[in-house]
Write a protein that binds this ligand. Structure first.
Ligand SMILES: Nc1nc2c(ncn2[C@@H]2O[C@H](COP(=O)(O)OP(=O)(O)OP(=O)(O)O)[C@@H](O)[C@H]2O)c(=O)[nH]1
Ligand SMILES: [Mg+2]
Length: 218
């Protein structure tokens, strides 16, 4: 994806932190590179696994693979609260491990700190012939289970991290849902605050109108 498009989307003004998780070889590193065209930095913290990160114009991405890391999982929670969105990468050609991907997906998605952020599944490697399409990936991951919670936002989009096809749309999806979330929060907060005062004034005006009417009718 061209950096020009990326700049227009984020303009360096907004900080966006995305976490890309998925099984090994699903295409996380390729996607990290494709998203920012910046060098991917590998850090090996004391928890003993590779965490990759890259930044470009306010877009910060962290990534690690999720398979078989039950002991490390609690330590990774320290990163969760910083994230604006979760991207879960799936190798659409890997039918054999779709069930494993599903288990990992649900383990991550049920983490408390990740309940309120948009989750985007990327059905990767769409450039390869005969791979699963978006519906098959969504079904295999049992996405509908998460959607039982009406507050959850869980999308699935087709991409090819190798060619960059669909990567811009993925970023736009995230951007769109974060904006929606902000608008909803902005609408809900003042409404909650103003309800008691507007109700009070409503009661005052209704009761004075009633008094007036009753007074007149007596
Ligand atoms: N054809 C095709 N190959 C891809 C695509 N994305 C990644 N690959 C290939 O899949 C392999 C794994 O990609 P990586 O980006 O290293 O995957 P990863 O998830 O970072 O893997 P780990 O670091 O092992 O967890 C590499 O050989 C990539 O070139 C894609 O969209 N299409
Ligand atoms: Mg990698």
């Amino acid at each position: 994806m061209g950096n020009g498009r990326l700049s227009r989307l984020f303009g360096g003004k907004q900080e966006l932190k995305i976490m890309i998780l998925g099984l090994d070889a699903s295409g996380k590193t390729t996607c990290l590179y494709q998203l920012t065209r910046s060098d991917v930095e590998v850090t090996i913290p004391t928890i003993g696994m590779n965490i990759e990160s890259t930044s470009h114009k306010g877009l910060h991405i962290m990534s690690w693979d999720v398979g078989g890391r039950d002991k490390i999982r609690p330590l990774l929670r320290h990163y969760y609260h910083m994230m604006n969105a979760l991207v879960f990468m799936v190798d659409s050609g890997d039918r054999e491990r779709l069930d494993q991907a599903k288990d990992e997906f649900h383990k991550v998605a049920q983490e408390e700190e990740l309940q309120n952020i948009p989750v985007l599944v990327l059905a990767n490697k769409q450039d390869l012939p005969g791979v699963m399409n978006v519906s098959e990936v969504a079904e295999g991951l049992e996405r509908e289970k998460l959607l039982r919670d009406p507050k959850r936002v869980v999308g699935v989009l087709p991409v090819s991290a190798s060619t960059g096809e669909g990567v811009t749309e993925a970023l736009e999806w995230i951007q769109h849902h974060l904006t929606l979330q902000k608008v909803q929060e902005a609408l809900v907060k003042p409404a909650q605050k103003s309800v008691p005062s507007s109700l009070t004034s409503l009661f005052t005006s209704v009761s004075s109108a009633l008094k007036h009417t009753l007074g007149n009718s007596r």
